[in-house]
Design a binder for this molecule. Structure first.
Ligand code: NQM
Length: 356
C-alpha cells in the first residue's frame, strides 16, 4: 500500500480573507477534476467544513490558482475560485481583491518572480475578469517580509503593506447603461469597477444600514428581497441568470458615522460581509462619485482627491478611486483605483484531500 499523495499548497491570509494558494501545475488541468479535488481539500459541502481547510464562511473558503503569465502585460496569471461551504460548487464567476493581496508574495515564494532587494512589484492578470493589477510589497534581501506596520480593519495587529494598483478595467462602469434603475421595486445604481455591485440606500429596505451582519443575515424577508434584487440586476447587468452564483453583490449604503464617506453592509450574496471586499469597495467608491446615482444624497465625499473611506461592520477601508466623467451626455467611466492590503503566509506544505 502506498501513502496517499498530498497536493502542494500554501495557506495565506489575503486582506480580510483566507485561502489555499496553488500553482496551476499542481492541480488537474480538467476543471471538473480540479473542482472536485478543491471541494475535498476545503471540506465542502459541510456547514463546518470540518474535514478540510475551509473556515465555514465564504471569506475563508477561497482558492487562488497562479501560474506564469504567457503575455507581456503581466508576470503571473491569477484565477480566483470561490468554493461553496454548504453547496458542492466551485465558481470562477467572481474575482477576489483580498486573495489578490497574497498572489505577489506567493509568486515570489514559488520562484515565479525574481524579487527585488528592497521591494517587488508583480503585474498580475486576473483571469476571472481579464483585468490587470500591480501589487508592490517588501522583499528585503530578496525574501518576502510579512512583518510591518500596516493595519487593515478586520485583521488584528499589523503586517507588511501590499499596495495594489488597478488600471481602469474592461467592463463598463455602469453596465445597465443608466445611473439609476428600479429593480425589485427599489431605486438602485448598478456599478462594475472590478466587481458587479448593486448599490441601494439602506432606508429603502426599511433598515438603518448600521445593523450587525448577524442581525441582517437572520432576517428572512431581507434575504428574499436581496435575492430578488440580484436576480433582476444580474439580467440587466448582462450577467444572465445569476441564481446560485456570487455576483452581483448588493451593498446597502447609509450616511457615514465615523468620518468616512459612507457606511456599508455588503451581501456576498446572502451572507453579510464582516467588512467589504476590495473590488466591492472599488465599485462602491466609484458609484458614490456618479452624479444622480443612489449614493449621491447618502455619501459625504471628500472635497479633494481620489481617496475616500468606506465604513463597514468591522471598521473602514481606505481606497483611491477616480471616475472619468466623459463627454457631455456620455456615461462616466472608471479611472485608476488603488488600495493598501496586507497578507501573511500561514502554512506551506502538502494538503491531503478527503478521499474521492
Ligand atoms: O470584492 C468577498 C472578499 C470578497 C471579495 C466577496 C473581494 C473583492 O472580501 O475584491 O475581495 O465579495 O465575496 O474577499
Amino acid at each position: 500500500m502506498t501513502a496517499p499523495a498530498g497536493v502542494r499548497c500554501m495557506l495565506l491570509r489575503g486582506g480580510t480573507s483566507k485561502g489555499g494558494y496553488f500553482l496551476t501545475e499542481d492541480l488537474p488541468a480538467e476543471p471538473a477534476l480540479r473542482d472536485d479535488l478543491l471541494l475535498r481539500i476545503m471540506g465542502s459541502p459541510d456547514a463546518r467544513q470540518i474535514d478540510g481547510l475551509g473556515g465555514a464562511h465564504p471569506l475563508t473558503s477561497k482558492v487562488a490558482v497562479v501560474c506564469p503569465s504567457p503575455g507581456p502585460d503581466a508576470e503571473v496569471d491569477y484565477l480566483f475560485l470561490q468554493v461553496g461551504v454548504t453547496a458542492p460548487e466551485v465558481s470562477d464567476r467572481q474575482n477576489c481583491g483580498n486573495l489578490l493581496a497574497g498572489v505577489g508574495p506567493f509568486a515570489v515564494e514559488r520562484g515565479l518572480v525574481t524579487p527585488g532587494p528592497v521591494e517587488t512589484s508583480v503585474r498580475i492578470r486576473m483571469l476571472n475578469t481579464g483585468d490587470l493589477a500591480t501589487a508592490t510589497f517588501p522583499t528585503p534581501g530578496g525574501y518576502v517580509s510579512y512583518e510591518g506596520a500596516a493595519n487593515i480593519s478586520g485583521v488584528p495587529g499589523t503586517a507588511a503593506p501590499v499596495v495594489i494598483e488597478f488600471p481602469p478595467g474592461s467592463s463598463p462602469l455602469l453596465p445597465t447603461g443608466s445611473v439609476r434603475d428600479t429593480l425589485a421595486g427599489l431605486s438602485v445604481t448598478c456599478v462594475d469597477n472590478g466587481m458587479p455591485t448593486v448599490l441601494v440606500a439602506a432606508p429603502a429596505l426599511g433598515l438603518t444600514g448600521y445593523e450587525d451582519p448577524k442581525e441582517l443575515e437572520a432576517n428572512p424577508a431581507l434575504t428574499r428581497q436581496i435575492l430578488e434584487l440580484r436576480l433582476e440586476a444580474g439580467i440587466l447587468m448582462g450577467l444572465g441568470d445569476v441564481t446560485g452564483t456570487t455576483v452581483p453583490k448588493v451593498s446597502l449604503l447609509a450616511p457615514p458615522r465615523h468620518g468616512g464617506a459612507v457606511s456599508t453592509r455588503t451581501f456576498i450574496p446572502v451572507r453579510c460581509h464582516t467588512s467589504i471586499g476590495v473590488l466591492g469597495a472599488a465599485s462602491v467608491a466609484a458609484g458614490l462619485r456618479i452624479a444622480g446615482g443612489v449614493g449621491e444624497n447618502v455619501a459625504r465625499l471628500p472635497a479633494h482627491g481620489d481617496r475616500l473611506r468606506i465604513e463597514h461592520p468591522t471598521g473602514f477601508l481606505d481606497i483611491e478611486s477616480a471616475v472619468e466623467q466623459g463627454a457631455k451626455g456620455a456615461l462616466p467611466g472608471a479611472g485608476r483605483t488603488a488600495v493598501v492590503r496586507t497578507a501573511r503566509k500561514i502554512f506551506d506544505g502538502a494538503v491531503f484531500p478527503r478521499p474521492a
